[in-house]
Design a protein around this ligand. Structure first.
Ligand SMILES: [Fe+2]
Length: 294
């Protein structure tokens, strides 16, 4: 059973909170909906109470990743499922603004995850300036226990594996996107990248210009990936988090176990498959750089 509907938010610890806040407001075009008593900023891309949260810390890191449960899945049923699988979790009430109740898994394969049924929708609207993505699309998590994380998301939460780069990266979805999650088996525990959806190639070009004006160099792209076939570019934000901007991602058709056909597909029909590591084009250098920096 598919228990999760979408990636809801990522909370980052930032060494220079004001500068990172400037990245997300001025450059990305997110809107601050609320600032907590501890100074944590909660930012919306347009509808939800928050899609990004920024917290002051000694060093940059991904703090927590939040997922919204599928419509009709209640927290109680979700907790039972976790208990059945022996996964340690806690129910938290009013722990985050905009979310009355959530279930937290404090640690699984080195990552902290939260799951919620409802989030307030103050709908600040899409910003008039900045890149202004459609939405938060996916997050890529690295862990030495990558296989454990994949097993958790597939066997316990009902995610579908949609592609693999040998035994290094596994793409997972809980909706129609080719991937909502990317799990990377690596010697380090951290986020590899976070990805925001652009409206299309014209928007991708405008975003590239905005990044150039902000003196944030593009590390790779815009170019089309193999797995997922999204048209993507990558840059580091002010805290050194890798950010992907993408469009045109493959659309998964669950009952058919293939992706909606596109002219650039290598196979007809294009189905989930194992790709050679040599085609991990965008990441080869970035992946190595990340490991070197860890
Ligand atoms: Fe990505």
């Amino acid at each position: 059973m598919k228990l999760v509907h979408k990636l809801g938010y990522a909370e980052f610890n930032a060494a220079n909170l004001q500068r990172e806040l400037g990245y997300y407001t001025d450059i990305m075009g997110a809107t601050v909906v609320e600032t907590g008593g501890d100074g944590t900023h909660f930012l919306s891309l347009g509808l939800d109470h928050h899609n990004i949260a920024l917290k002051s810390a000694a060093a940059p890191s991904l703090g927590v990743t939040g997922f919204q449960l599928s419509p009709g899945v209640e927290l109680k049923a979700f907790e039972s499922r976790l208990t059945e699988h022996g996964i340690r979790h806690t129910r938290l009430t009013d722990a985050r603004p905009g979310i009355p109740a959530l279930v937290e898994i404090p640690e699984i394969a080195g990552h902290r995850l939260q799951f919620y049924a409802e989030m307030a929708m103050p709908a600040p609207g899409f910003a008039r300036t900045g890149i202004v993505p459609n939405r938060l699309g996916h997050i890529a998590l690295m862990s030495p226990e990558g296989a454990k994380l994949v097993k958790f998301f597939t066997d316990v939460l009902g995610f579908h594996a949609t592609d693999w780069f040998e035994d290094v990266a596994t793409f997972l979805t809980c909706n129609y996107d080719h991937h909502v999650l990317n799990i990377i088996a690596a010697p380090v525990t951290k986020m590899h990248h976070i990805a925001f959806e652009m409206r299309g190639s014209a928007h991708q070009y405008q975003a590239s210009d905005a990044l150039a004006r902000a003196e944030l160099p593009i590390l790779w792209g815009p170019s089309r990936h193999t797995a997922g076939h999204n048209y993507a570019s990558y840059h580091y934000d002010h805290e050194g988090f890798l950010v992907e901007l993408y469009a045109d991602m493959d659309i998964f058709v669950p009952g058919q176990d293939y992706f909606e056909p596109r002219p650039w597909h290598e196979q007809m029909p294009q189905r989930p498959r194992v790709w050679p590591l040599s085609q991990l084009n965008a990441w080869r250098t970035e992946f190595a750089a990340d490991l070197a920096r860890a």
